[in-house]
Write a protein of this length. Structure first.
Length: 276
């Protein structure tokens, strides 16, 4: 058996930086009521008016507890935010069903109470990422091209897995593919599309490589990070603005009467590749 102990070779890393808080979707508490309304966010909630801090006319919803709505009843910003979060949780059911449906609830709770701290390495989230990678590893995807490059270097005695040329070939081929994301049709409904609406940063690391008389195997680590936050470029899209869920989310994050901070979400998955 031929065995290489890598000092963890980075096969690929996105241009986007890890823990990048400079993007617009990581801003918070920075917009006034007039600025939010100028973006089209007039009808935010069915229950409260966050700009006037009042209940709407004679509304009653079973998931709102501890309140008795009345015409023009004033509420505090804390009460208003609590109601908006309850409504956001209720609306999340439109996008989340199946085995991952509870993830968005955990994310919303963290948004409300986490004060911007990272949401890290949740077991269910890691499993979802692992499932995403394994479901597509033999198609024309990132894992597929890594496997192909390893096979080419193994079959050519002049080449060596782990060499500079090998790393260059892997990076070149990965740059021609689409990195794995939760953007399939089923992700719109299983909770992953709303929980991880994009993957901002990805790093792919080869942890080790073993070559046998017949065949080889390698352990590949995928590390990823998303931003649980909305930017202007999100909320100005017709798709996002048409759903009350996103309008509430944006107001909770960006309204200067509230102080709810977006956060980064970390997740990872390890995959064993094999070949001959």
């Amino acid at each position: 058996m031929y065995h290489m102990n890598f000092p963890c070779e980075i096969l690929f890393q996105t241009k986007n930086r890890f823990n990048d808080a400079s993007t617009d979707d990581m801003r918070h508490s920075d917009l006034s009521a007039l600025e939010l309304q100028s973006l089209g966010l007039n009808d935010v909630s069915t229950i409260v008016d966050p700009y006037r801090m009042t209940f709407k006319d004679n509304v009653s919803y079973p998931f709102i507890t501890g309140y008795s709505p009345k015409d023009d009843q004033r509420i505090t910003p804390d009460e208003c935010a609590s109601i908006l979060f309850d409504e956001m949780r209720e609306l999340s059911g439109l996008f989340a069903s199946g085995q991952y449906k509870n993830l968005i609830g955990e994310m919303i709770n963290h948004f409300q109470h986490g004060d911007g701290r990272p949401f890290g390495y949740n077991a269910l989230l890691n499993r979802a990422f692992s499932d995403l990678l394994r479901a597509k590893q033999y198609r024309d995807t990132t894992l597929g091209v890594i496997r192909d490059v390893i096979n080419k270097h193994v079959s050519d005695r002049r080449k060596q897995v782990g060499s500079r040329n090998f790393i260059w070939d892997v990076k070149t081929e990965i740059s021609r593919t689409t990195l794995p994301k939760f953007n399939d049709f089923e992700d719109r409904f299983n909770g992953m599309g709303i929980t991880i609406h994009d993957i901002y940063f990805q790093r792919i690391v080869m942890l080790n490589f073993r070559r046998y008389q017949i065949g080889w195997e390698a352990d590949i680590l995928f590390e990823a990070q998303d931003h649980f936050g909305l930017g202007r470029e999100d909320i100005t899209k017709k798709l996002y603005q048409s759903f009350r869920f996103f309008r509430i989310w944006f107001v909770l994050q960006r309204y200067n009467c509230f102080s709810f901070k977006p956060f980064v979400t970390n997740f990872k998955a390890s995959v064993k590749l094999t070949g001959r």
